[in-house]
Design a protein around this ligand. Structure first.
Ligand code: F0G
Length: 357
C-alpha cells in the first residue's frame, strides 16, 4: 500500500519521546540517501566499501533538520512561542525554517562575517531575527544559555536533549538501509552533538538486537578547531570550514564516551586536506557537500590508507551539509576552471568543445 513519507518522527515515533496527541512539526526531513562511493575506493587501491550518508539533502540542506523537527515539536508542545540558538549557520537556518513552519519566532546568534552565504540567505528568507555578534560560536553559545534565563525562549542548540533524540534516527536509517551497522562510522565534529546522537542511536538498535554490531566511531576535526585532539577547549578556533569553527564543544562528555565505548578515535585535518576531500567527492563521485562535511572523508581516506581502518571494512561517512550552502568556498576551489566566454556562433562553440576534449 502506498504510504506518503512524512518525516522521521512519524517513521520512528516508537523510539522517540512523542505521544499520539503530539502535533508534529515536520518538513519531511530524514530518509536521506546512502550513496556507495565507486571511484574514490578504486583510487585508494583498497578493498573497502565506503558509503556516504548525504545529509545535505534534508529540507534545509543539513542534518540539523533531524534534531530540529524534534526540538521544535517539543517546544510547541510545551507552549513555547519562541526559540533561540547560537549557530555557525546550519542550526540557524534549520531553526528558522521549523519556527516558520510552526508559526513561532526564531532568534539566532551568529558570528559576524563567519557564516557561509547560503546559510545567511536561508535564515533571512525563513524570516528569523538574526543577531550578529562580534564574537565566535562559543561566545554566542554562552550568551544564549544566559539569556534563556531572562527571556521566554526555548534553546534549540544540541544541549536541548530532544535535538539528539531526533539526530539519532540517522543511525537507525543506516542500519535499516544496510541491514547491519557499519564497521566504522566517520563524521566531522564541531559542537559534538551529532557524534553523540549517532552513538546513542547505534547503541539503542544494538541493545534491542535490531543489529548485532556497533561501529567504531571516528570523529574528525579541523586542525585550527580541534579541542578533542588538544584534550581541552581552545580559545580562538579558526578554519575555513566555518560550520565546525568551534573551540568549546557542548557535548564534550557524550562525544568522549562515544569514542571510548566504541574503541574509536579523534583526529584533525588541515583546511587544505579538507578542501581536497570536498573537491574529490564532487569531481569523482558527483556529490557536493560543504567543506566541514568533507572532513569525514578526509579522515576515512587517511585511516584507510594507513591501514588503521583495515581492508574488508564497511565504512559510513556522514556528509552533514550541502555544498551549495557555501558558494564562496566552491568558487575559490574552482578559481582555475573559470568558464570561458565566447561569441554566440557555432564555430566558437565547436572550438571551445574541441579545445577541452
Ligand atoms: N557539519 C556541519 C555542516 C555542521 O553545520 C556542523 C555543526 C557539524 C558538522 C558539526 O556537528 O556540532 O554536532 O559536532 N554546526 C552547528 C551549527 C554548530 O550551528 O550549525 P556537531
Amino acid at each position: 500500500m502506498h504510504k506518503h513519507y512524512t518525516g522521521l518522527i512519524e517513521r520512528y515515533k516508537d523510539r522517540l519521546p512523542v505521544s499520539a496527541t503530539t502535533r508534529i512539526i515536520s518538513l519531511n526531513e530524514g530518509n536521506t540517501p546512502m550513496i556507495q562511493l565507486q571511484n574514490i575506493p578504486r583510487m585508494l587501491g583498497k578493498d573497502v566499501d565506503i558509503y556516504v550518508k548525504f545529509e545535505g539533502l534534508n529540507p534545509t540542506g543539513s542534518f540539523k533538520d533531524r534534531g530540529m523537527t524534534m526540538a521544535v515539536t517539543k517546544a510547541v508542545e510545551a507552549g513555547s512561542q519562541a526559540i533561540i540558538c547560537a549557530s555557525t549557520g546550519n542550526t540557524s537556518a534549520s531553526a528558522a525554517a521549523y519556527a516558520a513552519r510552526a508559526g513561532i519566532k526564531a532568534f539566532v546568534l551568529i558570528p559576524d562575517g563567519k557564516i557561509a552565504l547560503g546559510k545567511l540567505a536561508q535564515t533571512l528568507m525563513y524570516n528569523a531575527t538574526i543577531i550578529q555578534i562580534n564574537g565566535n560560536f562559543d561566545q554566542g553559545m554562552e550568551l544564549v544559555k544566559e539569556v534563556a534565563n531572562h527571556a521566554p525562549v526555548t534553546i534549540v542548540n544540541s544541549i536541548n536533549p530532544f535535538r539528539l533524540e531526533g539526530q539519532k534516527t540517522a543511525a537507525f536509517e543506516i542500519v535499516d538501509d544496510l541491514g547491519f551497522a557499519p564497521d566504522y562510522h566517520c563524521l566531522p565534529v564541531g559542537n559534538a552533538g551529532n557524534i553523540s546522537a549517532y552513538w546513542k542511536g547505534y547503541k539503542e538498535y544494538a541493545t534491542d538486537r535490531v543489529c548485532g554490531n556497533r561501529p567504531v566511531m571516528c570523529g574528525y576535526q579541523a586542525a585550527g578547531a580541534a579541542p578533542f585532539i588538544a584534550g581541552h577547549p581552545i580559545e580562538n578556533p579558526e578554519t575555513l570550514a566555518t560550520a565546525i569553527r568551534i573551540g568549546n564543544p557542548q557535548s564534550w562528555d557524550f562525544a568522549w564516551a562515544a569514542q571510548q565505548e566504541s574503541g574509536g578515535w579523534f583526529d584533525k585535518f588541515t583546511d587544505a586536506e579538507i578542501l581536497v576531500a570536498q573537491k574529490m567527492l564532487s569531481q569523482y563521485e558527483g556529490v557536493f557537500c560543504e567543506p566541514a562535511s568533507a572532513t569525514s572523508l578526509a579522515g576515512a581516506m587517511q585511516d584507510i590508507q594507513s591501514g588503521k581502518i583495515p581492508e574488508g571494512s564497511k565504512i559510513v561517512c556522514t556528509l552533514t551539509g550541502n555544498g551549495i550552502k557555501d558558494p564562496e568556498i566552491a568558487m575559490q576551489q574552482c578559481a582555475e576552471s573559470k568558464p570561458v566566454t565566447i561569441d554566440a556562433d557555432l564555430d566558437s562553440v565547436k572550438r571551445a568543445i574541441l579545445d577541452s576534449l
